[in-house]
Design a protein around this ligand. Structure first.
Ligand code: ADP
Length: 212
């Protein structure tokens, strides 16, 4: 898709056309308090990009194509760090029972597991259910036994766009990504967990963008 950055005036023109279509260029200029010649380049861009339809002797119509572009433009402004939430973290030695209690107390669907303060694994609701089906003493079994381990964890970084993170959530078919920062410890790369982006975070942003 071709994405064009619309100017403030072009957005104003789109709003005027939406509310008054069909409308002539003279009338648009009048509403903006400008002369028609000033608007000519804007109207050319808007018709050439297909956002407005121009019909001779009738006026301008709104084609409906602009909304998607504006939505995409707005969404692309958000970085992971703008919307990330606090992660829920337990240590690898915690029992499965304690981790389930944490899941309820913190009202979350995914728990991140750390070993020596760095990301070691992820445990989701399905992992807990699977562990119960296998029997065993939940008070004695450590969370490390059932977690999805590094390096098989999809992560996000705070500086990337939320659209990139959302794509990774979809591609990996997971509910959330830990937001991490790389630290080098004894020549090895370790991941420090600084946040979380989840399907809920993205749904919230989606609703806010729709309200705008
Ligand atoms: P649910 O259990 O609610 O379906 P998910 O879809 O997030 O939750 O988890 C499905 C599986 O993917 C689980 O085994 C979980 O450990 C694993 N998982 C969850 N998040 C990630 C991630 N960011 N990277 C890799 N695996 C993950």
């Amino acid at each position: 898709m071709i994405c064009i950055e619309l100017s403030k005036r072009q957005k104003q023109i789109i709003e005027i056309v939406k509310e008054n279509e069909p409308i002539s260029s003279e009338k648009i200029a009048e509403k903006l308090g400008m002369i028609r010649a000033t608007l000519r380049p804007d109207l050319s861009i808007l018709t050439m990009s297909g956002i407005l339809d121009a019909r001779p002797k009738v006026g301008y119509f709104y084609s409906g194509k602009a909304d998607m572009n504006i939505f995409q433009q707005e969404a692309e402004k958000y970085l992971v760090e703008d919307v990330m939430k606090m992660p829920v973290v337990v240590s690898e030695e915690s029992s499965i029972y304690d981790a389930i209690v944490t899941l309820f107390l913190e009202d979350t669907g995914t728990i991140y597991v750390v070993s020596d303060h760095y990301l070691a694994g992820v445990v989701s609701r399905k992992d807990f259910l699977k562990s119960m089906m296998g029997g065993g003493d939940m008070n004695k079994m450590p969370i490390g036994m059932i977690m999805t381990r590094m390096p098989n964890i999809a992560t996000a970084t705070k500086g990337e766009t939320i659209i990139d993170a959302a794509n990774r959530i979809v591609t990996n078919e997971v509910d959330s990504l830990p937001v991490v920062e790389v630290e080098e410890i004894d020549g090895k790369e370790k991941l420090k967990i600084i946040g979380k982006v989840s399907k809920s975070t993205i749904a919230e942003l989606f609703v806010n963008l729709c309200k705008q």
